[in-house]
Design a binder for this molecule. Structure first.
Ligand code: ADP
Ligand code: MG
Length: 398
């Protein structure tokens, strides 16, 4: 499936004021320094393209969770603007205003090739509700609207979809690349296509499971959600994470896998612990022999081998959700084994989505072995569920 919307390549930006929504929602330390600049780096290709094509670039983003009733110095976008200048060497200025006269004056004073960063769009509550006044005020700052904030493209908020009602609206390269890659999984993936799901809850991922069962050849389920599937097979899961209300849905999914000829792989053994604690007593048991007082916190070695063998044969891999409680070193082994199996398969295209899965891959230092790591948690999952993103829908059709 190709990207069906216009991008910055399809519009003349020469000398124009280009208002761009980016995702600069970066973590800051207590001194206000950016501790992870991944999201800023991800926006640079589009920013550079616009500067190279003589545009006046106006950037806006949210950062953190402001209360929405005025400026909060700890959540200012100034550190992000400083980081952007440092990373690119471009002429980047920051204005401590978003919707007022100061922002307007700074935008009007911009020269081609200059970049202006506005203050946090969420210092005003109405932004989250896609208020038309917010949209109109923002739109008045630019001649063209660009959406490159993939991480918020699933939210119909004032700075994400609003200006598209008043200005010609197109996608940036990050948005295009993310949507293209994630929807491409369901178009014509190179087979075998192996999807790996984990994480905590079945309820969070049911739409993802359902949609993947329409296109994957093999669906691997690990992590906390696997115990609801094991319960659906009639196994006792002890004190493991279990969503009893979702056992029937798990049964439906197993039936769907069978009907669609999808190989559904569940853990055959599991690492159980006598407490939810890194220092708990642990042992490996078969999945149908989980003791009543113990809880499963990772997949076992036989399961690592089972999953690893399937991954080794894949030509396309999609992975979302850790195989165990990887935050605790005692229960990271299964997640690490899956990451290493993907890294070792040098003929497959690997796509990773989800906040914790990406954190796990970074923790193991394997990020550069993956073909594509999505920058959006929620937005990437909505695409993998087969949903449209409101931010993308609002853009001009190609
Ligand atoms: P992602 O952010 O990649 O989409 P999720 O948010 O769905 O992933 O799930 C991540 C969480 O799942 C992690 O905090 C991890 O500790 C938890 N988890 C994984 N396996 C288990 C398990 N067996 N029991 C309890 N929690 C688990
Ligand atoms: Mg998560």
């Amino acid at each position: 499936m190709a990207f069906t919307k216009k991008t910055v390549r399809d519009i003349d930006v020469d000398g124009k004021r280009v208002l761009m929504r980016v995702d600069f929602n970066v973590p800051l330390d207590e001194n206000g320094n950016v501790t992870d600049d991944t999201r800023i780096k991800a926006a640079i290709p589009t920013i550079k393209y616009l500067v190279d094509h003589n545009a006046k670039v106006i950037l806006m983003s949210h950062l953190g969770r402001p209360k929405g009733d005025g400026p909060e110095p700890k959540l200012s976008l100034k550190p992000a603007a400083d980081k952007l200048r440092e990373l690119t060497g471009l002429d980047v200025t920051f204005v401590p205003d978003t919707y007022g006269d100061e922002a307007k004056a700074a935008a009007d004073a911009l020269k081609p090739g200059q970049v202006l960063v506005l203050e946090n769009v969420r210092f005003v509550k109405a932004e989250k509700k896609n208020d038309p006044e917010i949209a109109k005020t923002l739109a008045s700052l630019g001649d063209i609207f660009v959406l490159d904030a993939f991480g918020t493209a699933h939210r119909a908020q004032g700075s994400v979809v609003g200006p598209a009602a008043y200005l010609p609206a197109v996608a940036g390269f990050l948005l295009e690349n993310e949507v293209d890659t994630l929807t491409g999984l369901f178009g014509d993936p190179d087979r075998p296509f192996v999807a790996i799901l984990g994480g905590s809850k079945v309820s969070d991922k049911i739409g993802v499971i359902d949609h993947l069962l329409d296109s994957a050849d093999t669906l691997i389920i690990g992590g906390g959600m696997a115990y609801t599937f094991l319960a659906a097979k009639g196994y006792e899961v002890g004190k493991s994470l279990l969503q009893e209300d979702w056992i029937d849905r798990a049964k439906d999914m197993m039936k769907k896998a069978e009907q669609n000829g999808v190989d559904l792989l569940l853990p055959i053994d599991t690492v159980v612990a006598d407490a939810f604690d890194n220092d708990a007593n642990t042992k490996v048991v078969a999945s149908d022999e989980i003791p009543a007082d113990w809880q499963g916190l990772d997949i076992g070695p036989a399961t690592e081998k089972l999953f690893g063998d399937a991954i080794a044969k894949a030509n396309t891999v999609f992975w979302n959700g850790p195989m165990g409680v990887f935050e605790m070193p005692s229960f990271e082994h299964g997640t690490k084994a899956v990451a290493e199996a993907i890294a070792a398969n040098d003929h497959c295209k690997s796509v990773i989505g989800g906040g914790d899965s990406v954190a796990a891959i970074n923790k193991f230092g394997l990020a550069d072995k993956m073909t594509f790591i999505s920058t959006g948690g929620g937005a990437s999952m909505e695409l993998v569920e087969g949903k449209d993103l409101p931010g993308v829908e609002a853009l001009l059709d190609a």
